[in-house]
Design a protein around this ligand. Structure first.
Ligand SMILES: NC(=O)c1ccc[n+]([C@@H]2O[C@H](COP(=O)([O-])OP(=O)(O)OC[C@H]3O[C@@H](n4cnc5c(N)ncnc54)[C@H](OP(=O)(O)O)[C@@H]3O)[C@@H](O)[C@H]2O)c1
Length: 389
């Protein structure tokens, strides 16, 4: 009989949409995984529940004020409780863990991603913001440590799978699909009055709040363009975005012979999560299963960059590189949070991003300190702009 090798895994951001989906996949394949550690920001109720179900060795709550409460909730179990950002970073490099899933939202995940890569782990990455903000820092670390980054973002998972069918020098173009979000056809003159409630209703995906707003402004697609540049080490000129409202084709790769290779499924993040968790193997799974005979229409069209300025800015930023993507990302995080708090209008998100990137000088070959400094300055600048609106 074959012996099944269990993978020791760590899930950062386990209480979020991707984190919960990851645990669903793990629950279906318990014989294949040891959950060694879990981490979240402040949701101790769900985190404690997950600890009871998956019995990790260690759990981290980033919000230090909640550490004592979590410890008390788990006092009958032998689980180490750690608190604070350092705890998150330490879990990313946990001895004995071979797969780190980073499903934290925002640039808050950057240091953990770097720690995982620095010590040669396999990093299954949902936290696109860490690759956007810290893009230039990853290749030298990967070269030194032999780490692997496995994308969880459905588009990048599709590209990764499609790229495997040819050679890098045969690549003509990467075609990233976008659903277009809830406002693809919405009258432009009404954009100013879009409410957070409207923007939080995504037509095809159920996701966390920040990425749902990013999908409505198409800043998410912008982040994905920058992510693709960093992950696949291709120039931005080789990346195209197409609107595909059905969210069935998750992205495509065009080779020099004009063949286009695509990956298709029903929209379900548990499929790219499964692919990353089991890579390089494919396993029997029904997540995202598609009945091709029931598909009656797949459409593709170019994005309207006048309607979605954040995507236009992202293309410019991807070409600039250096600290510019960190600034783009931080300004977007501030603007999204101001929009969700009712402080600014929907259309002001893209404006804040643009004004912030225009104001901040770019360091072209940045260190981690340069990136953290750019992130901090961008947050302050974007906050000032939002406050003045
Ligand atoms: N959702 C999707 O379908 C999807 C698809 C593709 C890519 N992604 C990417 O995956 C990442 C996670 O997205 P999501 O939709 O799962 O987000 P989410 O539902 O908002 O969950 C975010 C997770 O990160 C934790 N967190 C928040 N702030 C943190 C901090 N400062 N330090 C450490 N942990 C923190 C949260 O903990 P608490 O619950 O305690 O606040 C939660 O566990 C994002 O980068 C997103 O762009 C998501």
């Amino acid at each position: 009989m074959d012996t099944v090798v269990k993978r020791d895994i760590v899930i950062l951001g386990s209480t979020g949409s991707i984190g919960r989906s990851t645990l669903e996949v793990v629950a279906k394949h318990r014989e294949r995984f040891n959950v060694r550690a879990l981490a979240a920001h402040s949701n101790i109720e769900l985190l404690a529940q997950q600890c009871r179900e998956f019995l990790p060795d260690v759990v981290c709550i980033v919000d230090k004020t909640r550490g004592a409460q979590l410890e008390s909730n788990l006092k009958d179990l032998s689980i180490d409780v750690v608190a604070g950002e350092e705890g998150l970073v330490n879990l990313a490099s946990l001895t004995g863990a071979d797969l780190i899933i980073n499903a934290v939202v925002g640039a808050a995940g950057l240091r953990a991603s770097l720690a995982a890569v620095e010590c040669g782990k396999c990093l299954a990455l949902a936290n696109k913001e860490s690759l956007v903000a810290g893009g230039p820092l990853f290749p030298p670390l990967i070269q030194k440590s032999g780490a692997t980054i496995l994308p969880i973002d459905s588009e990048h998972s599709a590209i990764w799978q499609a790229l495997g069918t040819g050679k890098k020098e045969e690549l003509r173009k990467i075609i990233i699909t976008a659903s277009g979000g809830p406002f693809r056809d919405y009258p432009l003159e009404k954009f100013d009055d879009i409410t957070p409630e409207q923007a939080l209703k995504h037509p095809t995906w159920q996701m966390g709040r920040k990425i749902t707003i990013d999908s409505a402004t198409l800043a998410n697609k912008g982040l994905e363009v920058i992510e693709a540049v960093a992950l696949f080490q291709v120039p931005v000129e080789k990346i195209e975005v197409v609107i595909h409202p059905q969210s069935i084709v998750h992205s495509m790769v065009e080779f020099v012979d004009s063949s286009i290779i695509a990956q298709l499924s029903s929209p379900d993040m548990r499929l790219p999560i499964t692919y990353a968790l089991f890579w390089p193997q494919r396993v029997e799974s029904e997540f995202g299963k598609l009945e091709m005979s029931r598909l009656n229409m797949l459409t593709f069209e170019p994005p309207d960059l006048n309607r979605f300025e954040a995507l236009k800015t992202a293309f410019e930023i991807a070409a600039t590189g250096g600290t510019a993507p960190a600034v783009f990302n931080a300004a977007n995080e501030v603007a999204v949070s101001a929009f969700l708090d009712g402080q600014i209008r929907f259309t002001q998100i893209a404006r804040i991003i643009k004004e912030t990137v225009d104001k901040i000088k770019v360091v072209s070959t940045p260190t981690l300190d340069d990136i953290l400094e750019a992130d901090d300055l961008a947050r302050k600048t974007a906050t000032r702009i939002a406050d003045s609106m």
